[in-house]
Structures are given as C-alpha cells and as structure tokens.
Design a protein around this ligand. Structure first.
Ligand code: G4P
Length: 538
C-alpha cells in the first residue's frame, strides 16, 4: 500500500511538514447508519475522548419538527462538534461533522467542499439509502476520494457481494474490498484483511480498544480451518471471487475518486475501526491544491489563503457575533495578522481565532493547510468568501442546489420591518435557507430543502431579532439559475416570465418553475439561454 507521507519521516519547511501530516475529512451517511458511533470510536483511538458515549448525536429525531428545544439543542451540539481535531500516529486529523438530518443537506454539501476525502458509512441491512445517493453525488462532482465502511455486521444484513454491487450501481463508483466479513449477524466471526492476511476476530464489546488478531500465511494455511471451522472454505471461495472480480487495490485510483476501498465492521462494538483508521492515515490525501477563479493554489504556497464554508450564529442572543468556519487552503494562518477579505476589498485581523479539538475550543496563534479555524465575525462573512494575504482570488466549488420547498415571507409586525430584513439576511448568510427577491414589491421568497428550516427561521427571527413573520406556501417545483450571452433574449425571457422571475442574494436571475413540464418547455422555447440546476455561491 502506498504511503502518502504521513508516517514517514517528514522533511522540508514547517509549512511542508505541517501540510503533509494533515488529513481533513468528513463522515457521511444516511441517518442511523452509524456515523455518530463511528465518529466516537475514531475519537477514542485518537485519545480525544476517554469513554464511549461522549459524543452526542447531533441529529434531530424525525418528526420532532415542532420541538424548538430540539432545534436549539441541535445548534448547540453542532457548533461543539462541527470540527473534531485529533492526533493519531503523528497525523493531525480534522474530522468535519455533517448534519444527519436531511433537512440540513445543504449544510452538508457545503461542508464537503472543505474536506479532502470522505468516509461513507453504510448499514449492511439497509444498503444504499436515498440520502447516501445525494451526498455521494456531491462527492462525485469533485472526485473526492471515498472510503466505505459497511457497518452493523453484528446484525444480519444483505449478502456483502450484493451490497457492493448496489454501491457500484447506485453511487457510480467502483469498489475494492480491503477487509472481508467472515459470516455476519449472530455467527459473525470477524474480518479477513485481504491485503495483509490478518484475521481480526469479533468479540462484542462496546468499550474495548484492542482486537484479537491472528496472522496466517495465506488462505491455504490449515490453521484457518481450526480458527474459523466451517467458514474457512466459504472465505476461500469468496476471496477467490473477489480477486477475480475486483481490480487489485491501487491507492492512485482511490485518490482520483474512481475506486472506493471497502471495510466491514461494527462501529458499536469498535470492530473494524482501527483497520479503517490505520489504512485511512496511510492512503487518505493530504491537503490538495484548490481551484480559484484565476488559478490553482497549492497548499505549500507561502501566502495564506482560505475560504469560509460554514457560519454559525451565536447561541446567546445577547451577543450578535457569529463563528465563521474557515478552511485554510495555503500558507500559514496567523493570529492578529491582517488578511484581505477579497469580496469586500477590506482587511481584517482576528484576535481570537479558535481551533477545535474534539469537544474543546481554544484560541490558536497559527493554523496550517487542512485546518479549520473558527473566526468571530460580526456579520462580514458569507458562505464561500475568501481570505488571502493580498491576492485577489476567490475559491470556487461551493455549490447551491435548487430548494425543494418555497414559501413567501410575510411580515406580521409592520413596526419591525427593519429587524425582519436584517434577520432574514443574516440567517440566509448562515445558509439556513435561500433568499430570493421579486420586484416590484420587494417580495421575499424563501427556499429550503426541508420544512424544518421554516420553523427554525420563524423561531430565530422572533428570539434573536424580535421580528415576527408568517410563511405562505408557494407552488413552485424548482429554482433554476438563468444566464445567457444573448442579453436581448435573456431580457425577453425575464419580461415574459416576470411572475416567476426572482433574483438570488447576489443579484443573479433565477426562474421559479411551477412544474417539470413547464421548465422543459421554457428550455425548449429559449435555446439561447443556459439553465443551471446548481450554482456556485459566489
Ligand atoms: P447516525 O449518526 O448515522 O444517525 O447513527 P448512530 O451512530 O446514531 O447510530 C444509529 C443506531 O445504530 C444507534 O442505535 C447505534 O447504537 C446503532 N449502531 C451503530 N453502529 C452499530 C453496530 O455496529 N451494530 C449495531 N447493532 N448497532 C449499531 P439507537 O438505538 O438508535 O441509539 P442508541 O440508543 O444506541 O444510542
């Protein structure tokens, strides 16, 4: 297996050393597949927490849409666990949390723009679920390297070959098993490591860290029959099939996002997690070069640059500041140094930038490529904005997708119009929902991917901005960004569809289509126009 430099002796400047020992990734899954449990076990290995049960699930239970305490609880937990940094075998690992609830899918898409790789957790009984497909689409757009962990092997699930077929078919990625389960459910024996011939024996236990491991010379080793009895021949057969069907493991096809190495285990029993982590630090990419509007920026470049991918409002309504989460892309970030906010053309310095280590926050003096820094912000940042040492480049790659639910925001307290305006601007800057405006009349249309956001907005407008509002349902199917080199045709379209035309926060023209059929017809009638189903924030 190729070693990308994490555990080898590091050479070069502090910037090169620090960059090459960083791994910044996210765990994605359909809710309930075991993301929180796996996160917790990874943190246990990293020594970042001492006992199981320390990481709270950040998911809002399905159906809890009216429980505002739950919303607040979620916000509290998600700021605490947004980034979990820990050290393992000399590698600095930054694990970025992604919300499990599908109503927060946009937040997850944006977080994925700040990672260099992803671990996907799949429940062995449920296989590929709807949310998994959507999240993987985002990873595929960027060719993000993916490692797959098939979880809950202590329970009866689908045949492993069937799960792998389903992954390849539904997620458009090739797979390559690295470990292979020896039976499953009640008779689950453990896994066989196909690359190093080790057998890891499964013993249900939620707290243990060590696994029982035996090395055999090959699958022909007679000891295998003594060790796993009747399962030995099945394993031999299955291993032969694997070698015949799947290409040999190659770290390069993983790094290019073509092939996903697959591990089997049980996060709850801390089984298979160490193999996953040990392989992860060997093969996962260090911070990679990133594209800006002008050029590609390499992490080892001396000049600092980074972008904001998430904004979190202060939970205490008396303090209006927010935390902007910045991903460092190049150079060294330093406390109290002036940096250019490229979009505003102004410089800012930060006296208390924060780093996140598991559940702790602390003020830092410096950060390196791959790190995530929390910046206290009084309203200057929006998602997607770039900070640099002076160069006017803007990082690309934070997608916005069409919302699925549209409602008109109606002010119910005319005395508080200003507060409502400010509140809705700030909340949508945080990415809670998308804000569209229709003229004449300054009509506000809010678009979200889930109903829950409307409740969050209404609640927060009232509690943080003393503004009250109502939402009236609008019957739109999709928001599509419209551009054209042919200005006359674009203006003609806007004039013809004026009832359905709005602008997004950045002034881009957006067409709100009532149905798939009407959208298709509009596209056919105006071939000179480009209709974009996703859009870069900046
Ligand atoms: P999520 O963050 O992806 O939503 O999933 P989470 O880790 O919260 O796990 C969802 C449920 O699956 C939890 O049970 C968890 O204990 C269970 N689970 C996770 N990994 C395994 C595993 O390897 N084997 C088995 N059998 N179960 C597993 P719960 O009942 O919903 O919650 P809890 O009461 O156990 O916390």
């Amino acid at each position: 297996m190729e070693n990308t430099g994490a555990t080898t002796k590091l050479k070069g400047s502090p910037l090169e050393k620090e960059t090459s020992r960083r791994r910044t990734f996210g765990i994605i899954s359909h809710p309930d597949a075991g993301k929180t449990t796996l996160t917790e076990k990874l943190l246990l290995f990293g020594g970042a927490i001492q006992t199981a049960g320390a990481v709270k699930s950040n998911k809002i239970k399905q159906g809890a849409t009216s429980d505002f305490m739950e919303i607040e609880r979620q916000r509290g937990i998600s700021v605490a666990t947004s980034v979990m940094g820990f050290e393992y075998e000399g590698v600095k690992i930054n694990l970025l949390d992604t919300p499990g609830h599908q109503d927060f899918a946009e937040d997850t898409y944006r977080t994925l723009s700040a990672v260099d790789s992803v671990i996907l957790v799949i429940d062995c009984a449920k296989g590929v679920e709807a949310q998994t497909e959507k999240l993987m689409q985002v990873c595929r757009m960027r060719n993000t390297p993916v490692i797959i962990f098939i979880n809950k092997m202590d329970r009866d699930g689908q045949n492993p070959f069937d799960i792998l077929d389903e992954i390849e078919e539904k997620l458009s990625i090739r797979v390559r098993p690295v470990t292979w389960p020896i039976s499953m459910g009640k008779s689950f024996q453990g896994v066989y490591h196909l690359l190093n011939n080790h057998i890891y024996f499964f013993k249900p236990n939620k707290q243990k860290l060590e696994e029982e491991v035996t090395e055999i010379h090959s699958l022909d080793d007679n000891r295998l029959d003594d060790l796993i009895g009747e399962h030995a021949d099945i394993l031999r057969e299955e291993a032969e099939l694997i070698e015949g069907v799947y290409d040999p493991f190659d770290a390069n096809t993983y790094l290019s996002g073509e092939v996903a190495p697959v591990f089997f285990g049980s996060a709850l029993n801390n089984f298979g997690v160490k193999e996953l982590l040990d392989t992860f630090i060997k093969i996962a990419p260090r911070p990679v070069a990133r594209q800006t509007d002008i050029r590609e920026v390499k992490p080892e470049e001396n000049a600092f640059s980074g972008f904001v991918f998430k904004i979190h409002a202060n939970l205490d309504p008396r303090h209006r500041d927010r935390i902007a989460f910045l991903r460092v892309c190049s150079g060294k970030f330093e406390r109290n140094k002036n940096y250019l906010h490229v979009k505003q053309g102004k410089t800012f310095k930060f006296s208390n930038p924060t780093s996140f280590m598991a559940n702790d926050k602390s003020v830092i003096d410096e950060a390196w490529p791959g790190d995530i820094v929390g910046l206290y912000d009084t309203g200057n940042f929006r998602i997607g904005e770039t900070l640099t040492e002076g160069e006017r480049v803007i990082y690309k790659g934070i997608p916005t997708f069409s919302p699925e639910i549209f409602k008109e925001l109606v002010n119910t307290d005319p005395m508080k119009a200003k507060q409502l305006e400010k509140g809705i601007r700030q909340l949508t800057d945080e990415g809670v929902a998308q804000l569209f405006t229709q003229q004449p009349g300054n009509r506000r249309v809010i678009g979200t991917v889930g109903e829950l956001q409307f409740e969050v907005i209404q609640f927060r407008l009232l509690h943080e901005y003393s503004a009250s509002c109502r939402f009236d349902y609008l019957n739109f199917y999709k928001a599509v960004w419209v551009t054209s080199d042919n200005t006359r045709k674009l203006q003609e379209f806007i004039a013809q569809k004026y009832r359905n035309m709005v602008t997004d926060k950045y002034g881009n023209h957006v067409f709100l289509a009532e149905s798939e059929w009407l959208l298709k017809r509009s596209m056919e009638n105006f071939p000179e126009l480009k209709f974009h189903f996703s859009w870069e924030v900046i």
